[in-house]
Design a protein around this ligand. Sequence first.
Ligand code: PMP
Ligand code: GLU
Length: 407
Amino acid sequence: MDTMTKSSKVETNLSDRVNRLAESETLLMARKSRELQAQGLDIISLTLGEPDFNTPDYVKEAAKKAIDENYTRYTPVCGYNELKVAIANKLKRENNLDYNPLQILVSAGAKHSIANAVMALVNHGEEVIIPSPYWVSYKELVRLAQGNCVCPVATIENDFKITAKQLEASITDKTKLIIFSSPCNPSGSVYSKEELRSLANVIASHDDLYVISDEIYEHINFVGKHESIAQFEFIKDRVILINGVSKAYAMTGWRIGYMAAPDWIIKACDKLQGQMTSGVCSIAQKAAEAALNGDIKFVEEMVATFKERRDLVFNLMNKIPGIKINKPDGAFYVFPDVSYYFGKTDGQTYISNSSDLSMYLLNKALVSMVPGDAFGSPECLRLSYATSNDKLIEAIKRIEKALSELK
Ligand code: PMP
Ligand code: GLU
């Protein structure tokens, strides 16, 4: 059997569910960059959204202590009670939100928390509103649950945020859920309290409509205090709040995320998680507990660095001819509109969309970024500035040169 026949045979034996699933474009581009780096190419990777800081020492110490104290056995499926108490305290202290530990479930990263919520709520044929641009995994998770995605477009002119009117117009009698992030990956946009209130009013006027509020970038906010849609008491019982320690405490590899939600949703996700993964790593849970109970100074210093880089990248990108760019208020991405370059060529490569452009920049400028199609905005490219100033300056210099060759 030749290789082609072998691989198509394997594919027919896979479930339709998996065959229909797209690979995460962020992870795919990160993998491609690593492969090229391993071949000795001087690739600057601006693909992956993860802080380039090390986990703070006090968190690492807590993990070492947890091992020595034999926190090495199965944990409760929903997480250690001490960690859930630390999360409840954080939600009260930082967000003025009241949740008790029974309304909290710890999972293997915010991604897992979102997957649990989608699987627990969405039935075949139900609609989920995902304003675009959106984070890559939302849509595929909804498809996995056999739901249908409805994606109202948040334009660059409206700072990539949808209006209450757009939300209302997207709701049908099949709508079950809305999923959004603020601060937003990929746009970096941050919804204000008033904007959230207007969305909450729309949600309140439709029974049985839920919202997954992804707040993983909560702390990486350059405009002030984080606002959660869960603060509006009149819809709080329909909010599934998602957060975690990955971004705020530079703990992406530890895989600790959580949801805060009404008890019945937590119980459903606990059942699901109990069959699929059980409680997450005991040592990582103790480390997350220390992070949340610890000093916020680390986070503040990291955010100050991100803000400087945001300004640097914004100013440099803004000078490149044809690029349309918004100044993001949070997260660590810029999401320029690069459609000016569509239809152009350097004489060898023809650019028809953002995937072509990102491959062109990877091959020609040795800079990797994620095409906007993955986030529902095919006219854009996502650049993660979670890397050093030197690398950012060099990368943008290379991008500018490669773009100038497109006519
Ligand atoms: N939500 C958004 C918007 C993200 O960008 C990410 C990226 N990691 C996640 C969730 C997942 O976070 P975690 O690493 O904690 O699973
Ligand atoms: N959330 C990060 C990103 O968007 C990490 C990659 C992922 O989990 O998809 O780049």
